[in-house]
Design a protein around this ligand. Structure first.
Ligand code: CP
Ligand code: NVA
Length: 307
């Protein structure tokens, strides 16, 4: 039977602003302890199952390292090496795995797949990326912004490129945390209003330079996300003017940051000059996946009773 009482993190909007702020505060404490080589192992005897139906470097390493650092252990499965690839129903997989572990992270295709898994899970489920959302990455991105520039409320973020899982999660964050996203996509790759119902937290611009104007953060992502590879060539042509280069960065605020969830394709969505330039914080952004996810796992498993 589905259990509606378990807390999951299937999209950013599953959390309140207060919960996200708690996770950021704990991320700061956990990161600080990690940097001082202090043991912090509140998840001893806890096990995380990670289910990957798409490739990953950062997500796998950050969850796996994070769980071990907090005293727990990890099981890694993929479609190819599990019965998921042989059509065992998601609901059956969820009921079995969640009787054996304490927490599940899933990277897959449709959001409905993790929703179905979560509905039958006895333990919290974390979205490690779906076609629609990438909430762990946005936690890391906003935590990085706050570290570098202070509160994000009232600021402007420019999203340049594809209306993908990262874009939709930025929009959820803007609504929850009180900032504005300026979105510019090629006309044929515009936001889906079902995933981005209009609101004051975002504005759409035809020209990427108008979106970047005055922004405190400029961010982009690959032109072709995982699962859309068949569209690669058409996308390469359509997105040519949605490349973040030094000329585009000049339209942003003088101290604007540049972020990219990585992996990046230099010369496509971002130039080498911007990615490796002084405004880019992509390596801190990647590292912060570790710290925010440790705080997220701590919150889902232990709540706020932590020190
Ligand atoms: N940014 C991100 O999620 O990277 P991976 O695909 O390497 O996990
Ligand atoms: N939008 C990209 C993000 C990869 C981390 C994808 O879904 O492939």
């Amino acid at each position: 039977m589905p259990d509606g009482s378990i807390r999951h993190f299937l999209q950013l909007a599953d959390f309140t602003r207060d919960e996200i702020e708690h996770v950021f505060e704990r991320s700061r404490v956990i990161k600080d302890r990690f940097k001082r080589y202090e043991f912090y192992q509140p998840l001893r005897d806890r096990t995380l199952a990670m289910v990957f139906e798409k490739a990953s470097t950062r997500t796998r390493v950050s969850f796996e390292a994070g769980m071990y650092q907090m005293g727990g252990s990890v099981i890694h499965i993929t479609t190819g090496d599990s019965q998921l690839g042989r059509a065992e129903p998601i609901e059956d997989t969820a009921r079995v795995i969640s009787r054996m572990v304490d927490l599940v992270m899933i990277r897959t295709y449709e959001q409905t797949k993790i929703e179905r898994f979560a509905a039958y899970s006895r333990v919290p489920v974390i979205n490690g990326l779906t076609n629609e959302y990438h909430p762990c990455q946005i936690l890391a991105d906003i935590f990085t912004f706050i570290e570098q520039r202070g509160a994000i409320a009232g600021r402007t973020v420019a999203w340049i490129g594809d209306a993908n899982n990262m874009a939709y999660t930025w929009l959820q964050a803007a609504k929850l945390l009180g900032f504005t996203v300026h979105v510019s996509t090629p006309p044929a790759y515009a936001l889906d209003p079902k995933l981005a119902p209009p609101g004051p937290h975002f504005k759409v611009f035809d020209n990427p330079r108008d979106a970047a104007r005055g922004a405190h953060l400029v961010t982009t992502d690959v032109w072709t996300s995982m699962g859309y590879e068949a569209e690669n060539e058409a996308r390469r042509q359509a997105f040519t003017h949605w490349r973040v280069d030094a000329a585009l960065m000049k339209f942003a605020a003088p101290d604007a940051l540049f972020m990219h969830c990585l992996p990046a394709h230099r010369g496509e969505e971002v130039t080498e000059e911007v990615l490796e330039g002084p405004q880019s914080v992509v390596w801190d952004e990647a590292e912060n996946r570790l710290h925010v996810q440790k705080a997220l796992m701590e919150y889902l498993l232990l709540g706020r009773d932590v020190h």
